[in-house]
Design a protein around this ligand. Structure first.
Ligand SMILES: NC(=O)c1ccc[n+]([C@@H]2O[C@H](COP(=O)([O-])OP(=O)(O)OC[C@H]3O[C@@H](n4cnc5c(N)ncnc54)[C@H](O)[C@@H]3O)[C@@H](O)[C@H]2O)c1
Length: 88
């Protein structure tokens, strides 16, 4: 969902600069945003210090990070190693 959103923005809003924060879990793939011009930062959305570095100056934040394997999300609602719970 996140990479589709990035491609949608890149196709329609050339003036918008996009930063992607992704932990690159089993589900993450940098190839999905190749050619979009988006800046990829590898990290955890639960890392508040990193968010304080990245978010100031942004006009909007769209959150698509998730633990989408339901069995893992149910077993640990923080996403195993402190990640976000499943669902948006
Ligand atoms: N795929 C769909 O059709 C669909 C439809 C409606 C809603 N949604 C919701 O959208 C959200 C995303 O779904 P998806 O299918 O793109 O999931 P996905 O598993 O394909 O992608 C999740 C992304 O989150 C990243 N991620 C996981 N934990 C992270 C963390 N702690 N910090 C940073 N990045 C992290 C992963 O690396 C991956 O790139 C989910 O909440 C899902 O329920 C998906």
């Amino acid at each position: 969902m996140g990479s589709a959103f990035v491609r949608w923005v890149a196709d329609r809003h050339l003036e918008v600069r996009v930063k992607v924060l992704d932990k690159l879990t089993y589900a993450g793939n940098p190839a999905n945003i190749e050619g979009t011009g988006a800046e990829l930062v590898v990290g955890d959305i639960c890392d508040s210090a990193l968010l304080e570095e990245l978010v100031p100056g942004c006009d909007a934040v769209a959150h698509f990070a998730a633990e989408t394997h339901n069995d893992a999300a149910v077993a640990d609602q923080r996403g195993g190693d402190g990640g976000p719970p499943g669902g948006v």
